[in-house]
Design a protein around this ligand. Structure first.
Ligand SMILES: [Zn+2]
Length: 401
């Protein structure tokens, strides 16, 4: 860039004709370059350098590994196995036969370039990858699925992959056992999809997306996922219906729920405001009650105190959900403690989750995407399980295999 600038200063005094010539030379060179590029793309596809972050269950970085993206697939160098799983791993690549052998944790893993099958000895197990190992710049490269589907198994781990952020989270398998003892479910959770009905649509995007619809879709998915995992989820509304604040809290009381999660979306006059926020009810939070409420009737004071009894649990759940949701987003999730009148009648740990800003282009794009909503539901379901396991020590953390 510097040379170009200097050149243009030097050539500024030259006649117009010379400039035109120089320009046409540049066009020819660019055309030639594009031609070569198109030719190499046709031959190999284009490999783009990226990096993949491996993180642990608490979101801490295990390793950041350079990788290549080619034709929508992500490939990692063989050395990444050492960085992420086993520093003592040894590898051997047989060029003529295009065979790669890895020795790690007492196992011998055999792969072949352009072949989907992975064989593991001793035991003679095989695993079929969705994409095969390939050669990029004469180096054997392993598809990311080898790191998410094959390797974690050796450490009794499972991997969750976020392709849009190139993050892989490794977490212990079977950490969360369903909360079922005999035929009864110990845990009941209330999901409260905010708003509802014709006059209470909540926030609205300029594309016509409604808060009340997003939160209901998410709540139903969450109910579905959690049911499969043995948790009992009750919704404060199943349809696009108007519900009062008290009716919502009544659902929680009737079902003797142990956790209350209210779902909302945000909107702001500033189009730059974005990200996920978790609110919890703290009477001594950032905003204080006016003094007349503090010194109000005894019943009112008792209510506030009753919710305050659950502050620690609400915080624990908020932090668990924060860790899980941080996996989905580049902007860290914010936890905000406020005196929330809406939650003050809930005699149980209670939080409000604001999924993002319908007034922000990036948040709106995510919230309009069905796959994103599903990944949020899965993240919240994982948070439920981790939270419940953490306060219910009778639940085994791992199951012997
Ligand atoms: Zn709302």
């Amino acid at each position: 860039m510097m040379t170009m600038t200097t050149n243009s200063v030097v050539y500024r005094k030259k006649p117009q004709k010379a400039r035109t010539n120089r320009y046409s030379v540049r066009v020819t060179v660019s055309a030639l370059f594009l031609g070569i590029l198109a030719w190499s793309v046709a031959l190999n596809g284009i490999a783009q350098e990226i990096s993949v972050h491996f993180i642990d269950v608490d979101g801490k970085t295990i390793a950041e590994v350079p990788a290549q993206r080619q034709e929508e697939q992500v490939y990692l160098p063989v050395d990444a196995v050492k960085q992420v799983f086993d520093p003592d791993m040894t590898d051997q690549y047989n060029y003529p036969r295009k065979r790669l052998t890895l020795k790690t944790k007492g196992k011998q893993i055999r792969l072949q370039i352009n072949n989907l099958v992975v064989s593991i000895d001793p035991g003679g197990q095989t695993h079929t990858l969705p994409t095969p190992p390939i050669i990029i710049a004469q180096e054997p490269m392993l598809p990311i699925t080898f790191f998410t589907q094959v390797l974690p198994d050796f450490d009794n781990l499972e991997a969750i992959y976020n392709p849009s952020l190139q993050k892989v989270q490794l977490r212990p398998k079977n950490t969360w056992t369903p909360m079922v003892t005999g035929n009864s479910v110990d845990w009941a959770i209330i999901i409260d999809p905010g708003h509802g009905g014709a006059d209470d649509r909540g926030c609205e995007s300029n594309t016509g997306l409604l808060e009340k619809d997003i939160v209901l879709t998410l709540a139903k998915q969450l109910q579905q996922i959690s049911k499969q995992q043995g948790m009992q989820i009750y919704l404060t509304r199943q349809t696009d219906a108007k519900k009062t604040h008290l009716e919502r809290i009544q659902v929680a009381k009737r079902n003797q729920a142990q956790l209350f999660l209210s779902l909302h979306c945000n909107a702001s006059f500033s189009p730059h405001e974005k990200g996920i926020k978790i609110y919890l009810n703290n009477p001594k939070g950032e905003l204080r009650f006016p003094s007349n409420v503090q010194s109000g009737p005894a019943g009112q004071r008792l209510k506030i105190l009753a919710q305050a009894n659950f502050l620690k649990q609400s915080r624990d759940f908020a932090h668990t959900m924060e860790t899980e949701l941080n996996f989905l987003t580049e902007i860290p999730v914010k936890i905000i403690e406020l005196p929330l009148v809406a939650l003050s009648d809930a005699y149980m740990p209670a939080v409000v989750l604001e999924l993002g800003y319908l007034s922000n282009v990036e948040d709106l794009e995510k919230l309009s995407n069905a796959e994103y909503i599903t990944s949020v539901a899965q993240a919240i379901a994982r948070a439920f399980q981790r939270y419940i396991s953490s306060i219910n020590p009778s639940v085994p953390q791992t199951v012997e295999q």
